[in-house]
Design a protein around this ligand. Structure first.
Ligand SMILES: *Cc1c(COP(=O)(O)O)cnc(C)c1O
Length: 354
């Protein structure tokens, strides 16, 4: 018997979510974002499930090449661009589109003189202040690309900081519209939140990530309300049961003390599996399909679930940490983080299982 923790990756849910996104994307093409090992779901598995998408976006050249080795022939976008001149040749060879966000990268392109056409996504910093050219530098950067014969396949790109919250995207959209005005190139702006909430941001290529995996990009809207289905369910089991008297303490640091007779399940899942250590007592967890709460500190390989109201639960009972029946967003919000971080943190030692 193996340790009972595993992740079930629901490829039908991935396909379903892509369909939902397509309905929201209108005529825009979809660059499915599968960086960070497909947000922890497994890049190859996600790519195969989403094979009908129009493109994939990744963070590293290794991920991009792996996609080509899987047989993917359609566009791939390298979201942070190249990290050195050596990667440009690989991008030419494997036909990988490069984000260009810095003059150093343009100098690398000029020096490498790519012999074949190279697709470039020229990125504007419209207010997030992470990557991209300042508005006053943008046209100069564009002119430098246009001057290179093999760099004329250009898409204009930017990224929103607050498409998921009440601040919205009006400020950034204004900067983008002013800067991209009348330029004869396709445009790529929207992440998951923008493509659901702001039709005006859709442009020619949308870049959904989190929604593909069935989590809501919005704190105030459940994934189910967007018709999204969770793609990852993290399963384990109760491996021991403890009976505590009032006054007995539980786990490291004695952070939880029973105030009445209590039954506690020890769950085979801990922070080394990717479960957040900072999830406090009271974080939701499913045992035998019933909602209960975590207790005490999460340790490396184990954690505790309150079985006091669940007389049928016992050693061997099935546990769901997040996924089907328990949105990862609700666990993330109890732990003071976001679904993205929990999904990406799924540890390598947690295998996939049907
Ligand atoms: C990660 C990423 C996305 C996807 O964002 P989601 O919020 O997961 O939809 C889109 N664009 C860029 C530039 C990104 O880095």
């Amino acid at each position: 018997m193996a340790r009972p923790i595993f992740a079930h990756i629901d490829t039908d849910a991935l396909k379903h979510n892509l369909g939902v996104i397509r309905n929201h994307a209108g005529t825009a093409r979809i660059m499915a974002v599968i960086k960070a090992n497909g947000y922890g779901h497994g890049m190859a598995k996600v790519a195969r499930a989403l094979w009908t998408t129009d493109g994939f976006a990744v963070a590293s050249i290794d991920e991009a090449i792996q996609l080509r080795e899987l047989g993917w022939l359609k566009p791939i976008l390298l979201l942070e661009g190249v990290f050195g001149a050596d990667e440009i040749a690989a991008c030419v060879n494997h036909r990988i589109a490069i984000t260009v966000h810095h003059f150093d990268q343009i100098r690398m392109l000029q020096a490498s003189k790519p012999a074949q056409s190279l697709a470039l996504f020229l990125k504007l910093n419209s207010g997030m202040n992470r990557l991209g050219f300042e508005p006053q530098d943008f046209l100069r950067a564009l002119a430098q690309l246009q001057a290179m014969q093999t760099c004329t396949d250009i898409t204009l790109m930017s990224h929103f900081a607050t498409a998921d919250d009440a601040y919205g995207i009006a400020d950034q959209l204004q900067v983008i519209q002013t800067c991209f005005d009348e330029l004869p190139y396709p445009v790529s702006l929207a992440n998951s939140a923008a493509l659901f909430r702001y039709p005006a941001s859709r442009g020619d290529w949308v870049r959904p990530g989190i929604a593909l995996y069935g989590a809501s990009p919005f704190a105030d809207t459940a994934a189910s309300a967007l018709d999204l289905r969770p793609a990852m369910t993290l399963h384990s089991r109760i491996i021991a049961v403890q009976t505590l008297k009032p006054g007995d303490a539980l786990g490291y640091g004695r952070t939880w003390i029973a105030d009445r007779p209590s039954r506690i399940g020890v769950v085979a899942c801990g922070y080394a599996d990717g479960y957040p250590r900072h999830a406090p007592t009271g974080t939701p967890i499913l045992v035998n399909g019933q909602l209960t709460r975590t207790l005490g500190r999460v340790s490396m390989d184990m954690m505790f679930a309150d079985l006091t109201g669940l007389p049928d639960a016992d050693a061997g009972s099935a546990v769901i940490l997040w996924g089907k029946g328990l949105p990862v967003e609700s666990v993330a919000s109890a732990a003071g983080t976001i679904s993205y971080e929990l999904l990406c943190a799924r540890a390598q030692r947690v295998p996939d299982h049907e």
